[in-house]
Design a protein around this ligand. Structure first.
Ligand code: ADP
Ligand code: ASP
Ligand code: MG
Length: 406
């Protein structure tokens, strides 16, 4: 008898029939003698709609109120899922994040899980119940509702699996597993049988939204092996686990395209010690994650100056612009330019550690496609470039073809 955590994403609970399918699957596992904890997302489109509603009220709503609003999406689904289980004769109870004992810090809209007290879940399981937990949410020690960042139900599932010492953690979604690229963009992408935490982490943070990146980080830290698989069939999925030696034989595991980045350029920033520190500390204090940073000599007359460009998530762009404008009097740059029509294209693979010539090949493919590279960043196992968004998908297909076949 195993303890299994099963997470179902938005499409998998997207309508009443899909929710009934989830209940039927859970019932099969329970009939086999397993204890099941289910984590569900909001029904597909619900979170986006709630965000849209809020923005119609005001462009930069209070993040505390956003969390109160967004948590309702998952609360709807847990109740409906419990009802679907009752309808087929199973004992089941829904729990909000707070009721499930998920404690977070107070960083609204991207809170971090600090602790889980799964006492109530254990009691319910001992009583033969299926426990359904709302993904993506928790509460602070003083009772404020928080959310865990977009795609955060993955994190709820992985963190619960770690805390409950589950035997199995399954992430059910609308694709058969993790592919060499988003199969919606690259039709020739192949399903991977396995992938290392580090590769999954890079792909996820670079735009492959099949897993939330923070959830992968958490899984790596706590050694939670998990499987990504489809809620629409019984095909085996992709196992995400610690790197094994044979994984290095493959140079590139996957390609990703992040369309949710924006680029901010500060023109003619005084070229003096401490200026970059002031800019990026202010952004950090506002909990804005900055990814790539590039500094160039600024053209123009007068005192030595540089242009500083950096990328942030599109969702943080307004906030970042506000922070930067606040620095204008003290730092003294001449202009701020925001570009939203950019894409970040990346190739990822642990095999890069032991193979050379990978960057040259990637840049060559892009040159042949007539794609200009605006920014570059690399790590041991990835190469990312910022390019024109309009050319993103064609560039992704070309790079995938060159490294992973057509
Ligand atoms: P869920 O609602 O189940 O959490 P998501 O929409 O967050 O599902 O993630 C699943 C989607 O991720 C797929 O429909 C697919 O288009 C996209 N995706 C992006 N990159 C990949 C990849 N490398 N492999 C599989 N799916 C990917
Ligand atoms: N509903 C949340 C979102 O859309 C969390 C999730 O789906 O995992 O981001
Ligand atoms: Mg998701």
């Amino acid at each position: 008898m195993a303890l299994i955590v099963q997470k179902f994403g938005g499409t998998s609970v997207g309508n009443p029939d899909r929710i009934k399918n989830v209940a039927a699957r859970v019932a099969r596992y329970q009939a086999d003698g397993h204890r099941v904890v289910v984590v569900v997302s909001a029904m597909s489109g619900v979170t986006d709609n709630l965000i849209k509603l809020a923005k119609e009220i005001m462009p930069l709503p209070s993040e505390r109120e956003m969390d109160v609003l967004l948590a309702t999406g998952e609360q709807t689904t847990i109740a409906l899922t419990a009802m679907a289980l009752h309808a087929i004769g199973l004992k089941a109870m829904s729990l909000t994040g707070a009721q499930a004992g998920i404690l977070t810090d107070g960083v609204h809209t991207k809170a971090k899980i600090q602790n889980i007290t799964p006492k109530r879940i254990h009691h319910l399981l001992d009583d033969g119940q299926v426990v359904i937990v709302a993904g993506f949410q928790g509460e602070t020690p003083d009772g404020q509702i928080t959310t865990l960042g977009r795609g955060g139900s993955d994190l709820t599932a992985i963190a619960l699996a770690a805390s409950l010492k589950a035997d199995l953690c399954q992430i059910y979604t609308d694709v058969d597993g993790v592919y060499t690229a988003d199969p919606r963009i690259v039709p020739t992408a192949r399903k991977l049988a396995e992938i290392s935490y580090d590769e999954m982490l890079e792909l996820a943070s670079l735009g492959a939204k099949v897993m939330q990146s923070r959830s992968v980080e958490f899984a790596k830290k706590f050694g939670v092996v998990f499987e990504v698989r489809s809620s629409l069939n019984d095909n085996p999925g992709t196992i995400v686990k610690e790197e094994t030696r044979s994984m290095e034989d493959v140079v590139i595991r996957g390609v990703s395209l992040d369309k949710n980045q924006a680029k901010v350029t500060l023109v003619r920033v005084p070229d003096q010690p401490g200026v970059a520190a002031r800019i990026f500390k202010a952004l950090g204090d506002a909990t804005i994650n900055v990814d790539m940073i590039v500094q160039n000599v600024s053209h123009g007359s007068g005192k030595p100056a540089t242009d500083i460009s950096f990328t942030v998530e599109k969702a943080d762009l307004l906030k970042a612009q506000k922070v930067i404008e606040g620095l204008r009097p003290s730092v003294g740059f001449s202009e701020v330019i925001a570009a939203e029509k950019i894409g970040k294209l990346s190739i990822v693979g642990v095999g890069m550690k032991s193979h050379s010539g990978v960057a040259g090949k990637m840049f060559d493919v892009l040159a042949q496609e007539g794609v200009n590279i605006e920014m570059i960043s690399t790590s041991e196992i990835k190469i990312s470039v910022v390019i024109d968004l309009a050319k993103g998908e064609a560039a992704m297909k070309a790079v995938h073809g060159a490294f992973l076949g057509t």
